[in-house]
Write a protein that binds this ligand. Sequence first.
Ligand code: IFM
Length: 449
Amino acid sequence: MAKKTVQFPEGFVWGAATASYQIEGAWNEDGKGESIWDRFSHTPGKIQDGDTGDVACDHYHRWEADLNMMKEGGLKAYRFSTALPRILPQGRGRVNQAGVDFYSRLVDRLLELQIEPFLTLYHWDLPQSLQDEGGWPARPVVDAFMEYADVLSRALGDRVKNWITLNEPWVSAFIGYRLGHHAPGHEDLGEALAAAHHLLLAHGKVVPILRSNCSGANVGVTLNLTPQFPASPSFEDRDAATWMDGYINRWFLDPLVGRGYPQDMAKHYGDKMASVKEMDLDTVAVPVDFLGVNYYTRNISRSDRIPEAENSPRTVFRGDEVTEMDWEVFPEGLYRTLGRLHGEYGFPAIYITENGAAFEDRVNAEGQVDDPARVSYLRRHLEQVHRAIGIGVPVKGYFVWSLMDNFEWGFGYSKRFGLVRVDYRTLQRIPKQSASWYGKVVAENGISI
Ligand code: IFM
């Protein structure tokens, strides 16, 4: 059968993404301060196999080769995050020039290679000293974050145009402070709600700083969005899906567009709700240029409010195809998410800032890594992005998670998301089959189906 090529709009941005703690290593070099992830990963029992980000992919030392590899792979854009404790080792006050210089060199070289930088200010590595002051649940962290954004955007704002304030504030707040699986490992709903509020407030406060230090800045924030599907049409399952949607998605989307916190959830949280000062929600609702969407899977909601036997039979089932994270492969969820964002929230532009899959890749006898499952995952999700653009959703770009295998938080190095394989013993990089497939997609600005 003849292959059809699905073309993306001219100027569509094609990239790959990483985050500082997950790839850099050099955790205590050149004046960098300790982060909450350094502290957490050095605490026995927190990370699978006792892994840490001390060395990670050693990108801090190998960045030039990594950038050349990106160029050879045909990438046009690179989303990375800056480590706050490299810039302000104590979280505020003294600036560590070596840290600023590291990112400055990185940006210069990206631009030389004609790879567009997309800089994320916060991808979870808070300075431990700020955590010692109370971390995200304590309001003074917001001022420290403003100071950081100001220092960094003054230094790089002449060259970096695309800024993402936060990566996945739901994960920072609820996995870090409520579920305790991420740094700093607390389990307190009140803290999580306060953390979520201060993250949103910090976002709102730094957007104008970025705009004033960087003319023509393209500024947004990235959320992890998971569409919710009721397991049956029962009232209870629909209610459970609405609750989960409020917990993960609406809690951040609604205040960002000026609707405040969703009433149903606020009622549920009751006196655990963070203290919200007058004007906070106006600050949070500062207009952004785009929303960054991280999409991996969907969730099927089944109520636990009634005994299973009293609930309606399930009508929605999880598919058999899952990734190494045990996440169902559900590409249509991306289309649904994009359609919903367009219809209900109306952000001026959307970038898919993360999408990808962990699979257990193997190096074959020829020293290559064939990863057809990842190629299939990416291709089918891109088809859904294209479909969404077809109904008018302003999706402007797509970033694969991740450029290379890296430290997958509580799972350590056991989950490989990369287009490029990293041998953690030798730190050798091997571009996978998916990397050459993706390079072709970028070159053709489209996918063959
Ligand atoms: O590795 C993470 C990333 O740091 C944030 N988004 C999800 C990815 C896969 O779990």
